[in-house]
Structure formats: C-alpha cells, structure tokens
Design a binder for this molecule. Structure first.
Ligand SMILES: Nc1nc2c(ncn2[C@@H]2O[C@H](COP(=O)(O)OP(=O)(O)OP(=O)(O)O)[C@@H](O)[C@H]2O)c(=O)[nH]1
Ligand SMILES: [Mg+2]
Length: 195
C-alpha cells in the first residue's frame, strides 16, 4: 500500500470524541513500550507522526490517524506498565475497554508482542479478551531487529505455540528497521477489502 497523506486526527479521552462516520479502524493493542506508536510511524512512512518514547506509558489517550481517508490506525495506550500509578492504570484500562467494547468501526485488531519474550500475563489476558470479542485480529511480533535473523522464525513459532494459534496470522516486524512491513500491509489490506 502506498500511503500518501496520513494525518493525525484526534486524541480522544471519551467516546464522544471518536471520529464521526463509518470509516474502518485498525487498532493497535499491546503492552506499554512494545512499539505500537512506532508501528504507526513505520507503516505510514512518517518519522514522528505518532509520539514514541523509551519511557513506557507515552501514549495516554486514544489517538486516531487518518490514512488517506481510507481508514484509521487507532493507537491505544499500553497496558501492563508497572510504574504507572494505580489511578493511571485504571484510567488507561478504562480507555482501552471503553473503546474495544463499544466501537462499531473496528475492522481489525493488531496485537503487538515483543518477539524476544514469552507473552506476559497481561498479554495473555488481552489475547483471551480479543478471542472473546470475535473480531478479526492478527499478531505482530515486534523488535525483530533485536535478535539474530536466523532466530526470527523460531521465535515467532514459539509464541504461536504459547498462544495456541492455528489460523490467525502471526508475523515478525521491526518498527526500528522498517522491515517485514509488506506482510503486515497484506493482512491489513485483505481485511479492509473484506477478503
Ligand atoms: N529495537 C527496536 N526498538 C523499537 C522497535 N519498536 C519500537 N522500539 C522502541 O521502543 C520504545 C517504545 O516505543 P513506542 O512506539 O513508544 O511504544 P508504545 O507501545 O507506543 O508505548 P506506550 O505508548 O507507552 O504504550 C521506543 O524507544 C522505540 O524506539 C523495534 O522494532 N526495534
Ligand atoms: Mg504509544
């Protein structure tokens, strides 16, 4: 997919601020610091459209990125950041839940995991939650640049086994190196075209 003019549209804290209309939404979920905002930048070929940080807990609201008026990337706050205050955890958890529970426009959930690690308890909780929504989803294992290229397939398969996935697409990614983007675009386009 060739993206021409992606735009940041709104940072929402409540349902009323979500964009109007029925454009499809591709939503990014994952623990804090796994690279959700970096994923948006890499897929859109923009350096800093989405704010990223090496301090977990950067994205605190729900950010909508309008991709050439075709669909939105929706960047959710991360979960599982231990240094967040209890109140912050409750608030970001509520944002995530309210969005996932009520938003009709969701077309695809992209669950982002860290290729180097076994999914955390929070990841497993989110994974089960996603399964229960019955919404289409894919799993992207990010930070593939941090391991030897020869290990990439093994690590993806290891995570696949832990999740017990058979039909769901799961693939490596590196927002940092901007590699493996084609496969992810393929899945997103298939979903948007209802294939
Ligand atoms: N090496 C490497 N670093 C990455 C990759 N993707 C993201 N990072 C780094 O990981 C850190 C967190 O990235 P973000 O994109 O801000 O993570 P996030 O998931 O949006 O985090 P929250 O907003 O806190 O939920 C940043 O320092 C990124 O540069 C990757 O593929 N490889
Ligand atoms: Mg973020």
């Amino acid at each position: 997919m060739i993206v021409k003019n992606p735009k940041f549209e709104i940072s929402a804290v409540s349902k009323k601020q979500y964009p109007k209309g029925d454009k499809k939404e591709v939503v990014l979920v994952g623990k804090s610091n796994v690279g959700k905002s970096s994923f948006v930048n890499t897929m859109l070929g923009r350096k800093s459209l989405a704010r990223t940080s090496n301090t977990p807990g950067k994205t605190r609201q729900i950010n909508f990125y309008n991709v050439d008026d075709l669909f939105y990337f929706v960047d959710l706050p991360g979960y599982g950041f231990s240094k967040m205050s209890k109140e912050e955890k409750v608030v970001s958890g509520r944002y995530i839940e309210e969005y996932l529970e009520t938003r009709q426009n969701i077309s695809l959930i992209v669950l982002i995991l860290d290729i180097r690690h076994k999914p955390t308890e929070d990841d497993m909780f989110m994974y089960d939650y996603i399964l229960r929504t019955n919404l289409p989803f894919i799993v992207v294992t990010n930070k593939a640049d941090k391991i030897a290229i020869t290990k990439v397939d093994d690590e993806v398969n290891r995570i696949k086994e832990i999740l017990g996935i058979s039909y769901t697409p799961i693939m490596p990614f590196s927002a940092e190196r901007k590699i493996y983007t084609e496969r992810v675009w393929e899945e997103i386009e298939k979903n948007l075209n209802n294939e």
